[in-house]
Design a protein around this ligand. Structure first.
Ligand code: ADP
Ligand code: 5GP
Length: 188
């Protein structure tokens, strides 16, 4: 095995990255998950400290000022950011770390960590299917679904700069494809 990598997943909202990452972490307990900070409200089923660190805007802005975030973005009216303590944790432990972040955040990680970062873009089979899945998840109100869909074209375009694209049509196949790609990267 080569040096550990920063395994970065991005997709339009509803693209399936959370589902794929969850399966990947079950298959590879040796991978760590980078718990991002956010100011968005916790969804049912989410856990503070495992899915995200849920912060007030004030606290998030303190972290920005203190330089405690590797990167951050404002998305859909909330802050999201990668904690420096999380990337340090992985690099110090010699473990590969999985990131669930937006396309811009992914490119920022690549600019910082170069070949140590592997960028994987999870693409939906079509925009129509994406919208169906996002609505089907039932976690966002109508206005938020629309806001999320508005970013899709930009995200699909920026995703072209990623190292790999996996189309999430059949979920089980997408998980196998991602797993195979990562194993190849880690063996080089
Ligand atoms: P993201 O984290 O990219 O926003 P999710 O993993 O939450 O996306 O997936 C969005 C919704 O689509 C979820 O309800 C999930 O169960 C469902 N989903 C994910 N992949 C597939 C797939 N290949 N086929 C059908 N439904 C899927
Ligand atoms: P959600 O609210 O659906 O959990 O996430 C919304 C978007 O924020 C997703 O594209 C997700 O990948 C992204 N995101 C989550 N954490 C981070 C982060 O630390 N940095 C950036 N740039 N985006 C993030």
């Amino acid at each position: 095995m080569s040096a550990p990598k920063l395994l970065v997943f991005a997709s339009p909202s509803g693209g399936g990255k959370t589902s794929i990452i969850k399966a990947l972490l079950e298959r590879h307990p040796e991978f760590q998950f980078s718990v991002s900070a956010t100011t968005r409200a916790m969804r049912p089923g989410e856990t503070d400290g495992s899915d995200y660190c849920y912060l007030t805007r004030e606290r998030f802005e303190e972290l920005i000022s203190a330089g405690d975030l590797v990167e951050h973005e404002q998305l859909y009216g909330n802050y999201y950011g990668t904690l420096k303590s999380e990337t340090d944790r992985a690099l110090n432990a010699g473990a590969s770390m999985v990131f669930d972040i937006d396309v811009r955040g992914g490119l920022a990680i690549k600019a910082m960590y170069g070949a140590r970062a592997v960028l994987m873009f999870i693409a939906p089979p079509s925009i129509e299917v994406l919208e169906e899945r996002l609505r089907g998840r039932g976690t966002e109100d109508e206005a938020t679904v629309r806001r999320r869909m508005e970013r899709t074209a930009m995200e699909m375009e920026m995703g072209k700069q990623f190292d790999f694209t996996v189309v999430n049509d059949d979920l089980a196949k997408a998980i196998d494809d991602v797993d195979a790609l990562i194993m190849k990267q880690l063996s080089q």
